[in-house]
Design a protein around this ligand. Structure first.
Ligand SMILES: N[C@@H](CCC(=O)N[C@@H](CS)C(=O)NCC(=O)O)C(=O)O
Length: 205
């Protein structure tokens, strides 16, 4: 198996975070230079199908190009430590928080960086209003995570799961545009500090 990765990009970081949490270290990792447009070359598109990273190429040539699909596949090969749930209820709750983390926080924060940081102009026709709107939408969404973390150490279960990884890597990427969890959000602040303490926090950074 081969993983197409890119050091600075947030979705590949999600996978690297997961690999570190799982202790998976037997993948061939190939760096893709997004700024040089390697992901848009004929060869990359022929193998992967879309101009995106991350991509996991299975031994039969199947290309998995969604970060969470990649992690789910790897979890089926390496069940422990469990990240996606041990029974129907837990799996559904983790899925719910993973989707909330992705759609309500990570995605808008990524768009805020993409449309707001000069270095990303090579990949995006930047619209400042999109950056501002996405930032506001992520700021509003933080309240939901803050409330959840009032009664729970981690976002979705009694241990770190994919949901924490998605929220964490999204927030960390947004530091590029100086986004910060407000200090008065004590639960999120405590959770973020705990996430930063983990070895996975710096995986491949
Ligand atoms: N939903 C996909 C998103 C993949 C994605 O957007 N990757 C970005 C890097 S974070 C990319 O490849 N961008 C290339 C470009 O914008 O040209 C996933 O979770 O893997």
């Amino acid at each position: 198996m081969k993983l197409y990765d890119s050091r600075l990009a947030p979705n590949p970081r999600r996978v690297r975070w997961f690999l570190a949490e799982k202790g998976i270290d037997d993948l061939e990792i190939v760096q893709v230079d997004l700024m040089a447009g390697v992901h848009k070359t004929k060869d990359y598109l022929a193998e992967v199908g879309v101009p995106n990273v991350p991509a996991l190429i299975l031994d039969d040539g199947t290309a998995l190009t969604e970060s969470i699909a990649i992690c789910r596949y790897l979890e089926s090969l390496h069940p422990e430590p469990n990240q996606f749930g041990r029974d129907a209820r837990e799996t559904a709750v983790i899925e719910m928080w993973t989707r909330r983390a992705e759609l309500m926080a990570a995605m808008p924060l990524m768009q805020a960086v993409r449309h707001g940081h000069p270095a990303l102009a090579v990949l995006e026709t930047q619209v400042p209003e999109v950056a501002a709107n996405c930032r506001q939408s992520a700021e509003r969404a933080l309240a939901l995570f803050e409330r959840r973390l009032e009664n729970s150490e981690w976002l979705a279960a009694d241990r770190v799961t994919m949901a924490d990884g998605v929220l964490f890597t999204g927030i960390e990427f947004s530091r590029m545009v100086r986004f910060k969890v407000p200090e008065e959000m004590a639960n999120l602040t405590r959770w973020l500090a705990a996430m930063r303490e983990r070895a996975s926090a710096t995986a491949g950074t």
